[in-house]
Every structure is written in structure tokens, then in C-alpha cells.
Ligand binder design. Structure first.
Ligand code: CTP
Length: 395
């Protein structure tokens, strides 16, 4: 179990730290919270105690405190130290080496990575002293998650709002969500549908939502990979720590993967790429008439097949096969035809699989074996796929 040390300082955003605690707890983390005295004016320590199951620490001279030397013990056991929200005061103290309470002494005593999420009035945040302190701390290896812009509690509009709790959570998960067993590896994932234009108004597409590809990109980033996500249009927020290349058509996607992206160690093609595209795109909107319009189609480039037949070295190439019948036979045929290393086969007919679901049931097919994976969330499926890829690449 990973240990998160959460330092909450005096800011109206302190209540949002409770949400963060709750998300981290659900992810199976052990959380210890230290509050500055000012933070207790905004939220009561019992909130954090109820959420974490651990005693909330407020002052280094707390006589009932059970640890030998409190700040050292918490500092040592932390896998990550998160200061959220971080006031101008704590940032200033840390930048100048002032350790005069439990929060500042503990941050200074930890060897764990430190993530600081500032939250304050815009003018304070933009004050050159605060900015200089942030640069100084960044130079020493402290990580910052920039505040958002918006309407602040004081009524001002501008930079200074605590970053979204989901973003802070995701940044924590990038550090400690998984062992970094893909560190140093370049991973490219394709995701989502493609859109093939008919005229300036209409296009042909499919039901892909991109959930599987986005989950794979997120999982690879949490495992320390350098991830490029080539995505057709989706309603999803790109995962943190991933380079997103947005594309529209199958031709755009082929160009992004085959020409623009530099050599990758692992390719995972989860996109639902159009196999056919209208041979001609009308310059004008096709008007209603007496006869139905007729379209001629031409084949698109098969990106997976092109990669498979033009290998550059020891790259691992993984494709997907979404089938309505003869799942395993069709997927095995795709593995051979496209010269891939693995195909993740899923049937659109099975409950819990297919477009738009949060779960998937896949079968991993390689040249040597066929492994059926139980129905699980797309996040868990992603880890199962990556576990398999890592294990194959080790041998
Ligand atoms: N794929 C691709 N480029 C294409 C079409 C498909 O890279 N132009 C990839 C998909 O991303 C997927 C795999 O090929 O990883 C299989 O896609 P799928 O649509 O299941 O199969 P197709 O090869 O298109 O064959 P069919 O539609 O006849 O089943």
C-alpha cells in the first residue's frame, strides 16, 4: 500500500483536499494529513480523520502524539508528499528553508517527491516574489501543478484557483499509481473513431468512444512510459502526462502514426479506423433531389498492417479486433495478415464489451498462445494488456 502525505494549508480551497483524500482512499492509498493552524480555520481535522482513518496532525508540539519524532516519521514513510492547497506562505517558507511548524518541517524532512498545488488570490500568485519562490523550488526538483483560472473566492477573476482535484489526483497517480516498469519506453496508442468526409457538412464514422485507447494511454503513462496518443474525435479528456495528437480522418491518423511519430518501442492500435473513405468529397453541400446520391469508396491505409510489414527493429505491435462472429478465428487471421505480435480480441455481442462501455472482456492472442481475460474495467484490462506485453518483451 502506498503512503500519501497530504499537507493542507490555509486557503478557502482547503475543503477540496477532502475530495482528494476520498479519491486517494478509494484507490487504496494510506493517507496521513498534516494541517497548518490556518488550515483549521477553513476545514475541521475530523473531516480528514473520518476520510483517512488516520489521526490528523496539526502541530509539532502536540503532546498526545504517538510517533517518536512525528515529522521525521511521516516524512520517511511517505511515497509522495502533496501540498494541496499550498498558500503563498508555505511556498515562501519552503523556498527560504524556514521550518517552524509541523507542515514545513515535514516537507523539508522528506526524501519523497513533493507535489505542490498553489491556491491563492491572483495578485498574490502573480507577485514576483511568489513566482520567484516557485521557480526556486522547481529548480530544486519540487513539482508544481499550476492553478486554474477562474472566479476566485475574493471575487477577482484570474489565475489562482486550486487545480482541479481530478488533475491533482492524476498527477499523484503518475508518480505512485503503478511501478514504473515502462520507464524509458516510448508507447504510441491510437484511439477513437475516424471521420470520413462526404461533403462540408456530413461524414461517415462509427460508434467508437475512445474509452479503451484512453485507458491504455493513461495506464502506460502511470507506468512511466513516454506516451503519444493519436486520437480521432472523442468527448474524453486526454489523460495527464500524455502527448495528444488529434486527428480526424483515417488518412490523418495514418500520417500521424506512420510519418510524424518517431520510432516507438510499443504500438497499441485501439482506434476504430474507417476501412473505406468516399473517393470524392463534394465541395458543396449535397442537396436533396429526386434521386438518391451514390457514393464510391476507396480503401484507406491499414495502419497496423503497414507497421507490421515495415518493422524497424524490436518494436512490439499490438492490434485490436472487434468482431461480431468467429472472434478467435478472425483475430488469429488478423494477427498473421498484419504481422502483429498480439491481437486483443473483443466481441461486440458480449455483455459488458464493445463501444462506449466502461468494461471489456478480451482475449489476448499471440503466435504462441490464447489467453482469455475476465470481464473487468477498461483500466484493469489496460494493465492486463501491458503486463502481457512487458512479460513477452522480457523473453
Ligand atoms: N486498423 C488500422 N488501420 C485501418 C484499419 C484497422 O490500423 N485502416 C487496425 C485497428 O486499429 C485494429 C486492427 O487494425 O487494431 C483491426 O481492426 P478491425 O476493424 O477489427 O479489422 P479490419 O482489419 O478493419 O478488418 P474487418 O473490418 O474486415 O474486420
Amino acid at each position: 500500500m502506498k503512503n500519501v502525505l497530504l499537507i493542507v494549508t490555509g486557503s478557502i480551497a482547503a475543503y477540496k483536499a477532502a475530495d482528494l483524500c476520498s479519491m486517494l482512499k478509494k484507490a487504496g492509498m494510506n493517507i496521513n494529513v498534516i494541517m497548518t493552524k490556518n488550515a483549521t480555520n477553513f476545514i475541521h481535522p475530523t473531516t480528514f480523520e473520518a476520510l483517512t482513518g488516520n489521526r490528523c496532525v496539526i502541530d509539532s508540539f502536540d503532546r498526545n502524539f504517538e510517533f517518536k519524532i512525528g515529522h521525521i516519521s511521516l516524512a520517511q514513510s511517505a511515497d509522495i508528499c502533496v501540498v494541496a492547497p499550498a498558500s503563498a506562505n508555505i511556498i515562501g517558507k519552503l523556498a527560504c528553508g524556514i521550518a517552524d511548524d509541523m507542515a514545513s518541517t515535514t516537507v523539508m524532512a522528506t526524501k519523497a517527491p513533493v507535489l505542490i498545488a498553489p491556491a491563492m488570490n491572483t495578485n498574490m500568485y502573480q507577485n514576483p516574489i511568489v513566482q520567484d519562490n516557485i521557480s526556486r523550488l522547481s529548480g530544486f526538483g519540487y513539482n508544481f501543478i499550476s492553478p486554474a483560472s477562474g472566479r476566485l473566492a475574493c471575487g477577482d477573476i484570474g489565475e489562482g484557483k486550486l487545480a482541479a482535484v481530478e488533475d491533482i489526483y492524476e498527477e499523484i497517480m503518475l508518480h505512485i499509481g503503478h511501478d514504473h516498469d515502462l520507464a524509458g519506453q516510448k508507447v504510441l496508442v491510437t484511439a477513437g473513431p475516424t471521420c470520413e468526409a462526404i461533403d462540408p457538412v456530413r461524414y461517415i464514422t462509427n460508434h467508437s468512444t475512445g474509452k479503451m485507447g484512453y485507458a491504455l494511454a493513461r495506464a502506460a503513462a502511470r507506468r512511466g512510459a513516454d506516451v503519444t496518443l493519436v486520437s480521432g474525435p472523442t468527448a474524453l479528456k486526454p489523460p495527464r502526462g500524455v502527448s495528444l495528437i488529434s486527428v480526424l480522418s483515417a488518412a490523418d491518423m495514418a500520417k500521424a502514426v506512420l510519418e510524424d511519430a518517431k520510432a516507438q518501442d510499443i504500438y497499441i492500435m485501439a482506434a476504430a479506423v474507417a476501412d473505406f473513405t468516399p473517393s470524392q468529397v463534394s465541395d458543396h453541400k449535397i442537396k436533396k433531389g429526386t434521386s438518391m446520391p451514390m457514393f464510391e469508396f476507396s480503401a484507406t491505409t491499414d495502419i497496423l498492417e503497414t507497421l507490421g510489414h515495415n518493422r524497424q527493429g524490436h518494436e512490439f505491435i499490438c492490434g485490436f479486433a472487434m468482431e461480431t462472429e468467429d472472434l478467435i478465428d478472425n483475430a488469429q487471421a488478423k494477427l498473421v495478415k498484419k504481422n502483429a505480435d498480439m491481437i486483443c480480441a473483443n466481441s461486440i455481442r458480449e455483455a459488458g464489451s464493445g463501444f462506449g462501455t466502461d468494461t471489456n472482456r478480451i482475449t489476448l492472442i499471440t503466435h504462441d498462445e490464447t489467453i482469455k481475460i475476465d470481464l473487468m474495467s477498461k483500466d484493469e484490462v489496460s494493465d492486463a494488456i501491458l503486463d502481457r506485453i512487458i512479460s513477452i518483451r522480457k523473453h
